[in-house]
Design a protein. Structure first.
Length: 225
């Protein structure tokens, strides 16, 4: 058998597609790991995830925690979904809130280790691998894309440009803006950008939950991330 396909479902269809307890658990665990992996990469202090360059830049000027800024940016991105005619799912809202909370909790537990290069490299590499796994988990739960994923796919749909081109343009823009604000850019930023796609693609078949299909076509379906 080949890999399970990702279904292209609207918000209500996602909830009616079966195996909901398993999918909800996978979603929550995946988002918690995603936030924790972001914190690991930050503590590695060798550069952060492209969107986190923006977050770390903004907190230089706005007195909130990293996780709170992640949530604030996610909610702003969700507002951009309105003109893009994107429909959020349960996973979209959970992503916007839980990732930032998990990141702040992990940052509170995991102290800076600036003087230990080997440990910092281990945190960076471990964080990237865990982030790839967490991405596969929350996408594989099939409960809706994250705010930033939906922004990317929505912009691709209305512009007619490829996902790859749109994602690259968005991430270059957020990195440049975040760096101008004082965000943390480094080797880890480049390594993440190169590695995250292949890692998530490798692990996605492990975590894609097979749904009970077909389901009633009750609403418009957003593009799969």
């Amino acid at each position: 058998m080949g890999p399970r396909p990702l279904a292209n479902l609207g918000p209500l269809q996602q909830l009616r597609a079966g195996r909901l307890p398993r999918r909800l658990l996978q979603l929550v665990v995946g988002l918690a790991i995603y936030g924790a992996s972001m914190a690991m990469i930050i503590r590695g202090a060798l550069g952060v995830i492209p969107w986190d360059v923006l977050h770390t830049g903004l907190i230089q000027h706005i007195p909130v925690t990293f996780g709170q800024m992640s949530i604030m940016v996610a909610l702003v991105v969700l507002l951009i979904w309105i003109p893009l005619r994107q429909m959020p799912g349960l996973g979209t809202i959970a992503n916007a809130l839980l990732v930032g909370i998990a990141a702040d909790i992990t940052l509170a537990i995991l102290p800076p280790i600036d003087d230990h290069l080997v440990a910092r490299v281990a945190l960076l590499l471990g964080g990237i691998v865990l982030n790839g796994m967490a991405t596969a988990m929350y996408i594989g739960s099939q409960l809706g894309p994250g705010p930033r994923d939906g922004f990317m796919t929505g912009l691709s749909r209305i512009s007619g440009r490829s996902i790859r081109l749109v994602r690259t343009a968005i991430e270059v823009a957020v990195v440049a803006f975040g760096w101008a604000l004082g965000g943390a850019v480094g080797l880890g930023t480049v390594l993440y950008a190169v590695a995250i796609g292949p890692l998530a693609q490798l692990m996605l078949p492990w975590f894609t939950v097979e749904l009970r299909l077909p389901v009633p076509n009750v609403d418009d379906a957003p593009p799969a991330p």
